[in-house]
Design a protein. Structure first.
Length: 103
């Protein structure tokens, strides 16, 4: 059964050999979504729309910081220190993870 499946999927299985940019596995994608899978049970308790939006924003900030090579805790500290100093109409582009230098 497994061999038959492999033979039927052969073109897809060896696709990465034809293009050196492709990975043989999807480990990077799996690692990226792991926090969401783990958090799934926690989100069941986001019983209000505002709570769900706040959770989504926090996860987005943390995962974007990680994707930009930052330690999320350090980035959040920077945000919590800097945001109270800003006015609502201020441009926040310099606080985006790819623009912030920590340390």
């Amino acid at each position: 059964m497994a061999l038959n499946y492999s033979l039927n999927q052969w073109d897809k299985l060896v696709r990465y050999v034809d293009d050196s940019h492709l990975n043989i596995d999807n480990n990077r994608a799996e690692r990226a979504i792991k926090p969401f899978v783990i958090g799934l049970k926690n989100w069941l308790f986001s019983n209000t729309e505002n709570g769900a939006k706040a959770s989504a924003m926090l996860y987005s900030i943390i995962e974007t910081a990680k994707a930009n090579g930052m330690i999320p805790y350090d980035y959040l500290v920077k945000l919590f220190e800097e945001l109270p100093r800003r006015k609502a109409e201020d441009n926040l582009d310099n606080l985006l993870p790819w623009n912030v230098k920590l340390g």
